[in-house]
Design a protein around this ligand. Structure first.
Ligand code: FAD
Length: 492
């Protein structure tokens, strides 16, 4: 609570922007001498009413670590971080009352549930005489800034990105304010202890692979960016599709939680490319276009808030999805008998991440080979990915399913065997994640069921025991999917 001779505090509400660098809400809060109180609300609505979607297990693990890092960073600015759990619509006004804050600032979010909460709060706080300011802290362009000639949202990536690029380079990032432990501070209102939120798994503790792979928090994000610029960006365009090449940035969970801004990444990549002859324009623009896909996904989610629940193309509502709990379980566990698919799903389970090429192949396998509704796959990814993102996950699943905007056509069905041969030709990635096949020669790695018995024996493999036989036959599954696809044509 502020005493009468200190200015009324500003409440800085953190959400998907857990950083100090290039953070417009933080910067604005620090522009005046008013003390700042930071708040994070774990928005878990017991009633299941509208609001942001509750985080999945892997993202909860990430959040714990990220909030720990953020609290330490804020401490250097004399800003306490208050943690509360519940409905933000109730908690934000409560904390305003408890602190006597005269102003609330935050960076915007773009999912329908989040927007509904934020708009209601803004009106309510303003009606109570509290100043409220919101900013763009997580996108290169606001979703409403890019429009077709007819003033409509884009539904196709290429013209969207062309229009976005025509708007010029994104605004440059702004550095984190210098630390100022002497800043006027107020004692924080009571908050909850992070440990009491039980975000970390205990029984069982499945997070060992996550701990080995990631350093959540702003410093971890910076290190990932530097490593990418030093070694990977120069190889990006040629190798980004090869999961064994480790050529992508692995910045996705850091972007998801806003530990680094896309403006910072954009500027750093452009700057490095200008200084480093190894990084051609092609490498740079390919990487920029992937950041563009993130913008496009947010553009779609903002304009079509049901993207995570409803087929973007309603003709898919008639699609005869199969109810196949055994198939779904085999897929989730990486036990489909297709080694490239199994490698991806096991990578996901172990690390909370999966390479983009493999995401496409495993998603296609679920939706087309098993004909299981894309929403079941989306939900599994939501629970297991550290980068599970309301825009990218739903837009990508609909893209693969063929039901989305600008989607891959349903009738184009990935062959999970040849995808492995093409994108992991030496098999390094697949052998790493499916170690029971490690000694199988390259020729049979993606089709162990075709290997002669003595080769399987030499590699220590007993099909159906140490590694499953394929749960569906590729050609038959492909034909079944194509036949089912006819239903969407008649529904069109
Ligand atoms: P890089 O290749 O280094 O790309 C840089 C950044 O661009 C990424 O961090 C990401 O923010 C963005 N990006 C890259 N590719 C895409 C894409 N296709 N669509 C949207 N943004 C992209 N990405 C998520 O961040 N969260 C998800 O929940 C998610 N779910 C997906 C589900 C499926 C079925 C598929 C096919 C893709 C999904 N993606 C998702 C997109 C993509 O696979 C990941 O963003 C990428 O693999 C992250 O690795 P990276 O950071 O090394 O990417």
């Amino acid at each position: 609570m502020a005493s009468s001779d200190t200015p009324a505090p500003t409440l800085l509400w953190f959400r998907n922007d857990l950083r100090l660098d290039d953070n417009p809400a933080l910067r604005t809060a620090l522009e005046t001498p008013a003390p700042v109180v930071a708040l994070f609300v774990l928005e878990e609505d017991e009633q299941g009413a509208a609001g942001p979607r509750p985080l999945g297990g892997a993202a909860r693990w990430w959040l714990h670590r990220s909030l720990t890092a953020l609290a330490a960073d804020l401490e250097r600015h004399a800003i306490p971080l208050v943690l509360r759990r519940g409905r933000a619509e109730d908690i934000v006004p409560e904390v305003v009352g408890e602190t006597g804050a005269a102003r609330v600032v935050w960076n915007r979010r773009y999912d329908g549930g989040g927007i509904a909460v934020d708009s209601a709060l803004k009106s309510r706080l303003k009606a109570d005489g509290i100043a409220v300011d919101s900013f763009n802290g997580s996108l290169l362009l606001e979703p409403w800034e890019v429009k077709t000639g007819a003033g409509e949202p884009y539904k196709v990536f290429t013209p969207f990105w062309r229009a976005a690029r025509a708007a010029g380079d994104p605004a440059p990032p702004r550095d984190a304010p210098s630390a100022n432990p002497e800043r006027l501070r107020v004692s924080a209102p009571p908050g909850e202890a992070l440990d009491d939120w039980d975000l970390l798994p205990t029984k069982p503790d499945w997070a060992g692979g996550l701990r080995d792979t990631w350093t959540p928090g702003e410093a971890g994000a910076r290190d990932r960016l530097e490593a990418f610029l030093d070694d990977r960006l120069a190889r990006y365009a040629g190798e980004r599709d090869l999961p064994g090449a480790e050529a992508t940035s692995m910045l996705s969970p850091h972007l998801r939680f806003g530990e680094i801004s896309p403006r910072r990444i954009w500027a750093a990549a452009a700057h490095r490319a200008a200084d480093d002859d190894r990084i051609s324009d092609r490498q740079l623009s390919k990487f920029q276009a992937e950041l563009g896909w993130r913008e496009f996904s947010n553009h779609l989610l903002f304009h079509f808030p049901d993207l995570g629940r409803e087929n973007f193309q309603p003709k898919f509502d008639a699609f005869p999805w199969r109810d196949d709990p055994d198939g779904l379980r085999a897929w989730q566990k990486g036990q489909t008998g297709y080694p490239f698919v199994d490698a991806g799903l096991r990578e996901l389970w172990a690390t909370g991440y999966m390479h983009n090429r493999v995401r496409m192949v495993v998603a296609s396998f679920l939706v087309k080979h098993l004909m299981i509704d894309w929403r079941a796959g989306e939900a599994w990814f939501w629970d297991t990915l550290v980068d599970a993102d309301p825009a990218n996950n739903t837009a990508s699943w609909q893209w693969v399913a063929g039901s989305g905007a600008d989607a891959a056509p349903y009738f184009r069905i990935f062959n999970p065997t040849t995808q492995g041969e093409k994108f992991d030709p030496e098999g390094d990635y697949t052998r790493r994640w499916v170690p029971e096949l490690a000694d199988l020669p390259k020729k049979y790695l993606y089709k162990p069921q075709e290997a002669p018995r003595e080769i399987l024996e030499r590699a220590g493999i007993r099909l159906g025991e140490t590694y499953p036989r394929p749960i569906v036959d590729h050609s038959r599954a492909r034909q079944r999917a194509l036949d089912a696809f006819q239903t969407t044509k008649t529904a069109a």
